[in-house]
Design a binder for this molecule. Structure first.
Ligand code: HEM
Length: 359
């Protein structure tokens, strides 16, 4: 048994863990380990939004263009693709990309091809919406948790290595205890989510300014290798409850501190659905995410169902990664997306700023 926090990221605690030193979890879990040279990563969510089904071929072509740009110099280490329908019945194709080096990401972003495509006037007139939601947490600002030890999805795939069985899981508060910075920092939010330019109601280009310690969760389900029994377990028992939780966060997330919640289905480059899905949630704070997880009936039920069957699970895979990041390491940009998209919904328009923002 080892700590979820890698040796080189451990430091004398000024804040204690939620459990005593002799706590032993009831089932095994693992975390991704990165090289000591890994300092900061970039998690980029690139979206294409369309209202009518008829636009799908164009949206897929745009998604392919974005994926194609990943082959340019300094492109991401890995990426995966998803589709979801949001609460305005708009379709969203999204590619999630991970970089192991923020400097490489910056060079990629500023390259003529990437910058030129995003800034082109054509993006405003082709009848599609676009978004880029980027966070760049340092290694001490994120955690992972897996029931398995290889083929890690998401950021785990960038880190490459796997821990042995870890101590900090199976209790409320363990997610926080796995984040290295929580040894000395309460990870409290600071600042306000604001519209920095543009007007969501008017469409066009909008930039949202984040704030310190926005929490981002990717919580995944993978039934690719699951047999008949595990598929039945997932579709008949887990999924309906998971959907209840997701509908709650989509409809009432604002009240509990969830800025944006997407329940996305993995797809291939032609838009065909794969046997994987995940939740992507941006939260005002880690604290509010914790509160939802440990108190909402749907998640409590998922937790109980999971603990009941954990010993029998073989190929039905659940995982999560959670990060917090500094406001300066976040970027949220939208082009012609509906005003409830992503971080626009809850972003405050600075007082007296409406006229100025429209300019
Ligand atoms: C099938 C779906 C899900 C199942 C079976 C499930 C089950 C679990 C389990 C068993 C844990 C404890 C893990 C451990 O420490 O060993 C957990 C933690 C957690 N889950 Fe879920 N969950 C699911 C989906 C989600 C979703 C969609 C969210 C999105 C908000 C979420 C948020 C969390 C959070 C934040 C924690 C950490 C709580 C803490 O450590 O304080 N879960 N979940």
């Amino acid at each position: 048994m080892e700590s979820a926090i890698d040796t080189h990221l451990r430091c004398p605690r000024t804040l204690s863990r939620r459990v005593s030193d002799d706590y032993l979890p009831a089932y095994p879990r693992f975390v991704a380990r990165g090289d000591e040279a890994l300092q900061q990563v970039v998690m980029g969510y690139f979206g294409v939004q369309y209202a009518e089904e008829g636009k799908r071929p164009w949206a897929l072509a745009a998604l392919r263009h974005i994926v194609g740009s990943f082959s340019l110099a300094d492109g991401p280490v890995r990426h995966d693709l998803t589709h979801h329908v949001d609460d305005q019945d708009h379709h969203n194709l999204m590619v999630v990309a991970y970089w192991a080096d923020p400097a490489a990401y910056c060079r990629w972003l500023r390259s003529e091809e990437v910058r030129g495509w995003w800034e082109s006037e054509e993006r405003l007139t082709e009848g599609l919406g676009y978004f880029r939601e980027i966070v760049a947490p340092r290694v001490e600002q994120f955690e992972t948790l897996y029931a398995f030890t290889e083929d890690f999805p998401g950021i785990g795939g960038v880190m490459g290595e796997c821990s042995g069985e870890i101590e900090e899981h199976g209790y409320w508060g363990s997610m926080r205890d796995r984040i290295p910075l929580s040894q000395t920092d309460r990870l409290e939010p600071f600042g306000v989510l604001k519209i920095a330019s543009g007007d969501p109601a008017a469409g066009g280009r909008v930039i949202v300014r984040g704030h310190d310690n926005i929490a981002l969760i990717r919580s995944g389900q993978d039934w690719k290798a699951a047999g008949e029994d595990e598929r039945a377990l997932y579709f008949d028992e887990f999924l309906p409850t998971l959907e209840t939780g997701m509908v709650f966060l989509q409809e009432s997330g604002r009240k509990v501190g969830c800025y944006s919640n997407r329940f996305v289905h993995s797809i291939d480059i032609d838009g065909n659905e794969l046997d994987e899905s995940y939740n992507i949630g941006h939260w005002q704070s880690l604290d509010l995410l914790e509160r939802w997880a440990e108190s909402h009936p749907a998640h409590l039920q998922l937790f109980v169902m999971f603990v009941r069957v954990v010993a029998t699970l073989e190929n039905l895979r659940f995982y999560q990664e959670v990060s917090v990041s500094d406001g300066k390491d976040q970027m949220y940009e939208y082009i012609n997306c509906h005003p409830r998209t992503g971080m626009m919904r809850d972003a405050v328009i600075p007082a007296g700023g409406e006229d100025r923002l429209r300019q």
